[in-house]
Write a protein that binds this ligand. Structure first.
Ligand SMILES: *Cc1c(COP(=O)(O)O)cnc(C)c1O
Length: 481
């Protein structure tokens, strides 16, 4: 038996490289990262390739190890080349991501030390760090100091936690679902519809409240719908609004919705995955007033704080409601009960073991301070407004509503032919060009182009280039079909 153990140990020890090997690996990874960062302002934002990363299938996982050079070559060719480059300032589609380098250092250190951030007993400092960040966010959105929250993998899971908390706070049981009514807008993010389904609430009645001409939920219509439903013997219980919709960046009338929720005793869940962090700058703060009238709110650091993907957050004003919906104590964790100075993430979310997400957020905020984040967010608002004014004045273009936040909608009206078809081809041409990336949507049945400014690397020169490309491609399509 001892022979066998020794034999296995010899092979197993390969999992731990020695200092010299580590250093060599580290240098190669560093060089790869540095080369990427040196080029990031010049790399295309969108790349169409024939094979779309198929080369990975030629190198299946097997007993045969490859070296770091080979691994990085596979990564470069198959992963970091084809498709969308979200690290680029030219990413102006969907809701752009970011990728602050400081977060990468945070992730690196979190991975090396592998602190357990799920339970206070095991990782008191890691849990305190996450709670410090959540308390900071609560303060930023105007929630009370004793609210609670969770750092999630993204906005979708954060929305799910919010909906589940609302469900349990209203003590909703399966037998109640058929009469229970949820109010939302057609412009709500699809992760909210998904959350309702996953939370088992598919049989609830969903009312899509009519919108105003800026795609915002109409508060008067919401109020009327709730009254009518109550009169009809139904059970209105949840309103889901957006602080910045994905399609148009519209902010629902938050104070009015909060007041309606209060008056009719409904839970008000606010999806601010895209927009909530704009509250950090004075311009955004004005636009988002009333945010704190919600009972729960979602905000995505991997959008509004420019972090790499994998960082969302949910806050719940009444911490007990979040605990009630997620707390569970199995026998095998009984030793952890004695040490409960802080709420633990595992008691506030579906996760037990999780990535120590706090460090990737804490490190950039500490190393940079909040000021550059405020400035970057306000810069993005003004860039969107500048683009709006410029594209409105451009020959042949028509614009949607003045942007609430940093999303602008617009389309080209060709002299002849179908406008939808023309704009579809215009997006295709821009994707083929690849210098910047724009996306489209359907608004009022019309094919509409979007510009979403939120990448921290997007500055005035990116917007000027985008305007130039749009005008040029539109003219080419107009003249040469
Ligand atoms: C991006 C987004 C989501 C989903 O968040 P993920 O982080 O992609 O899971 C939800 N709501 C809104 C408004 C969004 O913009």
């Amino acid at each position: 038996m001892l022979d066998r153990i020794k034999q296995l140990e010899n092979v197993a020890r390969q999992l731990e490289p020695d200092a010299q090997t580590r250093d060599a690996l580290f240098q190669k990874v560093k060089k790869y990262a540095e080369t990427f960062l040196d080029q990031v302002y010049d790399l295309p934002t969108y790349v169409v390739t024939e094979d779309k990363g198929m080369g990975l299938y030629d190198s299946p996982i097997s007993e045969r190890p490859i070296n770091m050079d080979e691994a990085l070559a596979l990564l470069k060719k198959n992963v970091d080349h084809p498709g969308l480059n979200p690290a680029s300032g030219g990413h102006l589609g969907y809701i752009p991501g970011g990728g602050l380098v400081h977060s990468a250092f945070g992730d690196f250190l979190a991975d090396i030390t592998n602190r357990f951030a799920g339970i206070f007993f095991a990782g008191p400092g890691a849990v305190r760090m996450e709670n410090t960040l959540l308390a900071w966010m609560a303060n930023v959105v105007g929630y009370p100091a004793d609210s609670a929250g969770n750092l999630t993998s993204g906005g979708s899971v954060a929305n799910l936690i919010g909906v589940v908390t609302a469900r349990d706070a209203h003590n909703l049981k399966a037998r109640d679902f058929e009469k229970a009514v949820i109010y939302l807008s057609e412009q709500v993010h699809h992760s909210v519809d998904k959350a309702i389904r996953i939370a088992g609430l598919r049989e609830c009645i969903t009312r899509y409240v009519p919108l105003d001409d800026k795609y915002r939920m109409r508060a008067d219509a919401l109020d009327e719908a709730i009254k009518a439903d109550k009169q009809a013997g139904l059970h209105p219980w949840l309103i889901i609004a957006s602080a910045g919709t994905t399609d148009t960046g519209a902010i629902d009338p938050l104070s009015e919705i909060g007041e309606i929720a209060e008056r009719h005793q409904l839970w008000f869940h606010l999806d601010g995955a895209y927009g909530a962090f704009f509250v950090l700058c004075d311009e955004g703060k004005k636009l988002l007033s009333g945010m704190n009238t919600s009972h729960s709110i979602v905000m995505d650091p991997h959008k509004g704080l420019f972090l790499p993907y994998g960082s969302g957050a949910v806050l719940v004003k009444d911490r007990q409601k979040l605990l009630d919906a997620h707390y569970y104590m199995p026998n095998y964790l009984q030793d952890t009960v004695a040490t409960r100075d802080e709420l633990s993430p595992a008691d506030l979310s579906p996760e037990l073991t999780k990535h120590f997400r706090g460090l990737r957020l804490w490190l950039p905020l500490k190393l940079l301070g909040v000021a550059p984040f405020r400035a970057a967010l306000e810069e993005k608002l003004w860039l969107a407004r500048y683009f709006y004014e410029q594209i409105r004045e451009s020959e042949g273009f028509e614009v949607g509503p003045y942007p609430d936040l940093s999303v602008v909608t617009y389309r080209y009206l060709p002299n002849r032919g179908d406008a939808d078809e023309f704009n579809r081809r215009l997006v295709e041409e821009i994707h083929k060009d690849g210098r910047v990336f724009l996306s489209s949507t359907i608004l009022d049945g019309k094919f509409t182009l979007r510009l979403a400014v939120l990448a921290f690397r997007t500055h005035l020169d990116t917007i000027e280039l985008t305007l130039e490309i749009l005008r040029q491609k539109a003219e080419e399509l107009e003249n040469h079909g």
